[in-house]
Design a protein around this ligand. Structure first.
Ligand code: N7H
Length: 440
């Protein structure tokens, strides 16, 4: 069993609120900060146990995580034994396949010491809590960057900014979650530091924590939509809108409804998309089909296939996985942006991934799989980039499999539709360690 009273809620459960505010801060006065951390923050950090039950969920939920330089500023010298965390995300550009050209200035460098996550269904309560924290901390910290994120309105609730349902497929933790059909099951130590089968030596106080990879990912929605309409491969009997939808679904590996194209290759099936017993129950194998060459269901390069290859990898199921807890940010696309096919307002995904080892989690999925044109292996053609998140330092990317009638044809992708605004690697400590170790 996991210490759910001690694990921060966003890790295992997610905030499940309509609004979130990410406050990235620098500590100016460690002694004063520690007093407030122990007295004002530690008692209100929302645990997994609290968030898992509607009756115990606070009106405003708070979680907190620290970067390596943040731990150092607090005088915590224990080594958490995660090299990517220790170096900071700005020093991981080569692995991520990007430059800092499009980064938020505050993420360039390692001066962000931590992040506070606030979440509430009521945006005015969220603001009140933020200004309460501001007053409480006074000059002991400075907020150097903040990001407001909101669940999308109406029927788009639960959909990310391109329009696809998000949050369907997550790993189940062995002994903790009841897995749904098709869910990947991993030992808790893959996500939670110090839990069963975390092979890394950690300080005892870190047990129950998790590394939080934060990414501010801008999404160029009108440009993405235009690209799909302009480049949708021909398909007999389908309208332009249907061809564009199919093209997008093949980039993602799911229709906007969430229906997996591995099970619904040519037409959306919203009933399938909404059915948790079926919508994740596939592995890219089919009777009388050769997994090394068949892209008639799902392209090798589809986003969900790149970041979770299922039967494409033989042998033991890989432990390269993350628990995702992202939420969209920025306004809905305006009529002007739609008409001009041009983004003028910042929007995208506040991407949050939890794992016990960054080099096996977020960093691995980005570097070894999404950015790797030869992944998945043992195919009749090099799969190419993950169009959604694959990166090549701004070079033109190419991919195959998007045209169901000509699956080995290469398609050139002229630009990134997901643009990295950077981020940071944090450690989300067990709640017990906040007062007893970090604020000590
Ligand atoms: Fe992805 N998208 O809308 O296209 N993602 N993702 N992601 N993603 C998933 O199964 C998306 C990003 C994963 O187990 C779905 O929940 C967008 C990064 C993983 O089958 C959709 C962005 C990384 C999964 C999207 C983005 C990942 C996953 C299907 C950026 C890691 C589960 C819904 C703006 C490096 C795969 C679902 C599985 C699913 C989208 C980013 C990883 C629709 C727009 C950076 C592991």
């Amino acid at each position: 069993t996991l210490p759910v009273d001690d694990i921060q809620g966003d890790i295992l459960i997610g905030m499940h609120k309509l609004n979130q505010l990410f406050l990235f801060f620098t500590i100016n006065d460690p002694a004063t900060f520690k007093t407030h951390l122990a007295n004002d923050i530690a008692p209100i950090v929302a645990s997994a146990a609290q968030l898992s039950n509607v009756s115990t969920q606070p009106l405003v939920a708070l979680n907190i995580a620290f970067s390596q330089t943040g731990l150092t500023a607090l005088g915590v010298t224990d080594n958490l034994n995660d090299a990517a965390f220790s170096a900071g995300q700005v020093n991981d550009l080569t692995n991520l396949g990007e430059t800092t050209d499009t980064w938020v200035p505050a993420f360039i460098g390692t001066s962000i010491h931590g992040v506070i996550l606030l979440a509430s269904d009521d945006s005015s309560l969220l603001e009140q809590q933020a200004s309460f924290l501001d007053t409480t901390f006074g000059g002991s910290v400075t907020t150097v960057h903040q990001l407001e994120a909101t669940v999308r309105p109406g029927a788009e609730a639960g959909h990310e900014k391109f329009g696809f349902v998000d949050g369907i497929s997550q790993p189940a933790l062995n002994g903790f979650h009841d897995p749904l059909p098709g869910q990947i099951v991993v030992d808790p130590g893959v996500i939670i530091v110090g839990a069963t089968n975390d092979p890394i030596a950690r300080p005892a106080w870190a047990t129950g924590g998790s590394f939080l990879a934060f990414r501010q990912l801008q999404q160029l929605v009108p440009e993405f939509n235009k690209f799909m309409v302009d480049n949708a491969p021909p398909f007999e009997g389908k309208t332009l809108a249907q061809r564009a939808n199919l093209f997008g679904a093949r980039m993602v590996g799911r229709w906007k409804s969430g229906a997996p194209i591995d099970l619904a290759p040519l037409e959306d099936d919203p009933v399938l998309g909404a059915d948790p017993m079926r919508n994740n129950n596939f592995d890219f194998t089919h009777p009388d089909s050769d997994i090394t060459s068949d892209q008639s269901h799902c392209p090798f390069s589809a986003h969900i296939r790149k970041v979770r290859p299922r039967a494409d990898l033989t042998g033991a199921a890989p432990t390269n996985t993350i628990l995702r807890s992202g939420i969209p940010f920025g306004p809905e696309v305006s009529d002007d942006e739609t008409a001009s096919n041009t983004t003028t307002q910042l929007r995208g995904l506040a991407f949050v991934a939890y794992q016990a080892q960054i080099a096996k989690g977020f960093q691995f999925l980005q570097r070894a799989w999404s950015n790797n044109v030869n992944f998945p292996p043992r195919k009749n053609v090099a799969p190419g980039f993950d169009v959604i998140i694959g990166q090549a330092k701004n070079a033109t990317r190419s991919t195959v499999g998007l045209d169901v009638n000509n699956p080995t044809a290469a398609i050139s992708i002229p630009q990134q539709f997901v643009v990295s605004n950077g981020g940071e690697y944090f450690f989300s400590p067990p709640i017990s360690a906040i007062a007893s170790v970090l604020a000590a």
